[in-house]
Design a protein around this ligand. Structure first.
Ligand SMILES: [Zn+2]
Length: 431
């Protein structure tokens, strides 16, 4: 469809809440290169995150550019305006070259009747049996299904078209990567719906390179996938095949691939993602996992770092309801499992890091503690220079954790097909 900026086969969305870890994150991509796989870094930060932290998109761009320069990275890299819409996109025009157009809020709002009829006429040949390549499966799209899907999604896709054209007018065609996301909604899209949605995206002329559907199962922040792994595998295989079919039949960009949001720490589905996307490639967004590694690094450092990590937990505990509210649908915290701040205050570095670090081998690992801190970055943002100064004085220990987490626990299983931390655990138990 267009020739301009292209996203490579494998890409990693890295969130850097406080814009201090870009070098450590890039180091993980450099290690990937040494291990034989090209992983393109994409620094993503949503409007919501910028608002909570009080930062501007220009700071993400500056940190990414500085890291690329310092590390001598010669391959592409991008800054992603994550989850933007018509009302929030303008702020990101100057600094970003990757736009995740979020249309989830428009799903279910009906497009006007004439537009729906026009779509149904134009795409009437979709009704019938679709034989997907690569999976031993066909699906049947009935005229009623086509209509129901258009009624549910066409308005949302039209809105994506408006946002796309606004960005194109500001930046010029081919000068940015476009993603369309529908993940922050209640129900998963079926592969047949995905196919129909992609036809509508093609009609809107959006040169989409990544698409983020909602998958079945829970993608909670910072913790493992909760759901039926075998079912997920079937679904992602069909999604990949539906995308390949759509590329061929609707003239979408040939490199169109899946984007997996809230993709950090979903260890139990990494081998499924790797197997399903070996040919097509995949974009994995990891966002908040880096912020948790900052806390782990501070706790590991001991002294002032450990004291601050404890203080952040105590504050997060005190404000847990307010911190959790915006993330209610993507966290599962058991309040009874949250340790009292007075208890945490007596912990050693080892106790704190073992409780927080996402190591399912460890009997000390506490997913409620981890999720509360995951949404607690507002506390650190309020601390301002007190937090940032400690990040700087403990750079080495933090960087080791940030790089190691991204490479060992994310890049290795997803892009290199190495066993994920969970598979290692199961293997050890089986022996
Ligand atoms: Zn998302």
């Amino acid at each position: 469809m267009t020739h301009g900026l292209m996203l490579g086969k494998y890409s990693l969305g890295v969130g850097d809440r406080f814009a201090h870890q870009a070098k450590a994150q890039l180091q993980a991509c450099i290690e990937a290169e040494k291990a034989g796989v090209e992983v393109i870094p994409v620094w993503n930060k949503s409007n919501r995150e910028h608002n909570i932290i009080g930062s501007e998109p220009a700071s993400t761009r500056a940190a990414a550019d500085a890291a690329v320069k310092a590390m001598g990275w010669k391959k592409p890299y991008f800054c992603d305006a994550d989850h933007i819409n018509l009302t929030t996109v303008d702020r990101f025009m100057a600094s970003c070259d990757f736009y995740t157009i979020d249309v989830a809020d428009a799903i279910g709002k009906a497009a006007d009747a004439a537009a729906i009829d026009h779509f149904l006429k134009r795409r009437s040949d979709l009704a019938g049996t679709v034989r997907l390549e690569g999976v031993d499966q066909t699906f049947t799209i009935t005229p009623a299904m086509l209509r129901a899907t258009a009624e549910k999604f066409l308005h949302a896709v039209q809105e994506a078209g408006q946002v796309y054209r606004r960005i194109e007018a500001a930046k010029g065609q081919g000068n940015f990567i476009t993603e369309v996301s529908m993940d922050e909604t209640d129900s998963a899209q079926t592969p047949a719906e995905l196919l129909i949605i992609l036809s509508a995206i093609a009609d809107e002329g959006i040169p989409v390179q990544t698409i983020a559907p909602k998958f079945t199962g829970r993608f909670n922040k910072g913790v493992d996938y909760v759901g039926d792994v075998a079912q997920f595998r079937k679904e992602i295989d069909l999604d990949v095949a539906a995308i390949a079919w759509a590329v061929k039949h609707f003239g979408l960009p040939f490199n169109l691939k899946l984007s997996v949001h809230s993709g950090s720490d979903k260890f139990s589905i990494y081998s499924a993602i790797h197997e399903a996307t070996k040919q097509s490639g995949v974009h994995l967004k990891t966002a908040g996992t880096t912020w948790l590694e900052e806390i782990i690094g501070l706790a590991e450092a001991g002294g002032d770092g450990l004291a601050l990590a404890k203080e952040i937990y105590a504050e997060a505990y005190a404000h847990r309801e307010e911190l959790c509210a915006p993330y209610a649908t993507v966290i599962d915290i058991d309040p009874a499992k949250l340790p009292q701040p007075a208890v945490v205050a007596k912990w050693t570095s080892e106790q704190y890091t073992a409780t927080l670090r996402h190591d399912q081998h460890s009997s000390q690992y506490n997913s409620s503690f981890r999720q509360l801190l995951h949404v607690g970055f507002k506390i650190a943002a309020k601390m301002g220079p007190r937090y940032l100064d400690l990040l700087e004085s403990n750079e080495a220990v933090i960087a080791k954790n940030v790089t190691g987490n991204l490479f060992d626990r994310h890049i290795a299983p997803v892009f290199l097909g190495k066993p994920s931390p969970v598979a290692v655990l199961e293997h050890a138990e089986a022996r």
